[in-house]
Design a protein around this ligand. Structure first.
Ligand code: AKG
Ligand code: FE2
Length: 205
């Protein structure tokens, strides 16, 4: 696992907010994924490239609940993720065909889980996924088990990039909470970003 503190330049952070907001408000944009029993995740999600479905835990071209086609990953965003990937010599370079964008309000959170719905080959090779955080700071947790008490907690701030690959590809991870009013003031002024946090994870199926 590699954490690149403050990797994303301010102008790119602004670009990410504007792009995610524009895509997220349109068809195929942000929604709250539900489990079979109707309970919802504590975040808003938009899948780019391929749709990830919470119920089947699999990828497909469209999302079952409204039939919307997964939107394309904007090249400008992919470039930022690949630039981060290329600074880390211990992991292979990926060509992302999936980007999951999560928007957490200040009450948003995500339980400890592993990301293992990409192809067997991708997982077995330990191809990294690249996670970009924008907006309010998150307390991010990770560990070898689903036990929250044993998880390590770190802050992910606006502009940080976390890369999980190789041995760390299947780490359990999640977001315990989002810290209110911690986004950089210049980002708020420039974009009018709502309170909360945007996280993008770039993956190769
Ligand atoms: O928001 C984060 O930092 C993590 C997101 C995540 O784990 C996921 O989308 O699978
Ligand atoms: Fe994840």
């Amino acid at each position: 696992m590699v954490l690149l503190k403050g990797f994303v330049k301010p102008e790119d952070q602004v670009k990410i907010v504007r792009t995610c907001w524009q895509l997220g408000m349109g068809p195929g944009g942000f929604y709250r994924p539900s489990y079979k029993n109707g309970a919802k995740l504590n975040l808003w999600m938009m899948s780019l490239g391929k749709n990830w479905d919470l119920i089947t835990r699999s990828y497909g071209p469209t999302r079952p609940f409204d039939g919307a086609q997964a939107l394309a990953i904007p090249e400008a965003l992919k470039t930022i993720a690949q630039a981060a990937n290329s600074t880390v010599s211990e992991f292979p370079q990926i060509d992302p065909d999936i980007c999951i964008v999560n928007y957490y309000t200040n009450s948003g959170k995500l339980g400890l889980h592993q990301d293992k719905d990409e192809s067997k080959s991708s997982i077995n090779q330990g191809l990294p996924f690249i996670s970009i955080s924008i907006g309010d700071t998150a307390e991010f947790m990770f560990g070898d088990t689903r036990d929250k008490g044993k998880a390590t907690k770190i802050d992910l701030e606006s502009g940080d990039v976390l890369i999980l690959g190789g041995e760390s590809r299947l780490l359990f991870h999640g977001v315990s909470h989002v810290k209110t009013n911690t986004a950089p003031s210049w980002l708020k002024e420039e974009t009018g970003i709502r309170p909360g946090r945007i996280n993008l994870t770039f993956r190769q199926y």
